[in-house]
Design a protein around this ligand. Structure first.
Ligand code: PMP
Length: 363
């Protein structure tokens, strides 16, 4: 048995949330804002929940300076659903001959690519294959492409786009699931940005979408209501009963981010945390970062040991020390420290101390 105070949760998602967000969520389970009714029990059409929904949207608009001509949508869909929805909306055409460009930077972008293929031509504008340790530096866009899709942070490989791909006037679509709101963002560069909530926002099974309305208007005809992003915009995410609890938690996380000083402040915190760990890995003779300098993720630090045996022995020790969730993705092996917005600096320091101690003992 371990208590919350004894554990640092390095899980890649669902992942650590801010303690105050969890406390507010726990309170709201039995009583939302002094209504005597819990968040799970309130009607999604009632004023108590509508206040939650509207505040969440307003705070997101403030946090990320979302322009007025952009929709902010809460969808009961995970990021994987969007892989299909996007292509269904913006690639499918009656003639079946449209093309979309995809940046292939890892497992999740690959899944997005596979999901788009039934709807039209998919062109790989750049690829990080075969080792996926860096973000490609050149893009080869196809003429007349409908959009360019990229994954801003590659959760599994631990690489991250340092700036958006340069696509000119072509609509840019981003899967920002694992680095949303981790640093300042210029929303006006994006046609559509989506993120599953379970890393930097809240629970799994809900996603946040921020999209230019003019782009949403270009969707293919004949979409069913729940496939069509415009339905969520028109109905303020209330066409069907949304994940009310998920929206509550996202709203609390966004309030927490504003209280931290906003995106510039959290970016500084994230850069410091990641630099501590990467700097240690650079100095270590046993532990080595996987991603190349200049391409490294500030959210998911992937690394390995000098032997598989050291990796396994350290992982066992780490669990006993309360350093949880450090095993790398099964596709890759090694170790991965996911240190999203809410992950504390003390946890990074505890990991560094443990890695250092293991190395000293096993030189
Ligand atoms: N995109 C990225 C970048 C991810 O990290 C993940 C989940 N780890 C997904 C998409 C898929 O999310 P979900 O399983 O919630 O659909």
């Amino acid at each position: 048995m371990q208590s919350r105070e004894q554990v640092y949760n390095f899980s890649s998602g669902p992942a650590a949330l801010a303690p105050s967000v969890l406390q507010n969520a726990a309170r709201a389970l039995t009583d939302l804002n002094g209504t005597g009714i819990g968040i799970l029990e309130h009607s999604h059409r009632g004023s108590a929940f509508l206040e939650v929904l509207q505040a969440a949207e307003a705070n997101i608009r403030t946090l990320a300076a979302v322009p007025d001509d952009y929709a902010v949508l809460f969808m009961t869909a995970s990021a994987t659903h969007h892989f299909t929805l996007l292509a269904r909306n913006f690639l499918a055409s009656s003639a079946g001959d449209a093309t979309a460009d995809y940046c292939d930077t890892g497992v999740w972008s690959n899944k997005a690519i596979a999901a788009a293929k039934p709807f039209g031509n998919v062109h790989i504008a750049c690829s990080a294959a075969p080792d996926f340790t860096a973000i490609p530096t050149t893009l080869n866009l196809s003429p007349g492409t409908r959009y360019v899709h990229f994954t801003s942070n590659n959760t599994i490989y631990g690489t991250q786009w340092q700036t958006e791909p340069q696509v000119g006037a072509t609509p840019l679509i981003c899967d920002a699931s694992s680095d949303i709101f981790s640093k300042p963002i210029d929303i006006s560069r994006y046609a559509l940005l989506y993120a599953g909530a379970q890393k930097n926002l809240g629970p799994s099974g809900i996603s946040l979408v921020i999209a230019r309305r003019e782009f949403l208007a270009t969707a293919a005809p004949g979409l069913a209501p729940l496939e069509d992003y415009r339905t969520y915009d028109r109905e303020q995410s209330l066409y069907n009963t949304p994940n009310t609890f998920g929206i509550f938690v996202i709203g609390e996380t966004v309030k927490w981010l504003l209280a931290q000083g906003g995106l510039a402040a959290i970016a500084e915190h994230n850069a410091h945390k990641a630099a501590r760990l990467y700097n240690f890995l650079e100095e270590s003779e046993m532990w080595r970062a996987r991603a190349r300098v200049g391409h490294r993720s500030l959210m998911n630090v992937t690394f390995g040991g000098s032997t598989k045996e050291h990796e396994e022995a350290f992982l066992t020790r780490a669990e006993a020390l309360g350093l949880s969730g450090l095993r790398g993705h099964r596709a890759l092996g090694g170790l991965r420290a996911s240190i999203y917005n809410a992950f504390p600096l003390q946890g990074v320091e505890a990991l560094i101390a443990a890695l250092k101690a293991y190395e000293l003992e096993n030189r």
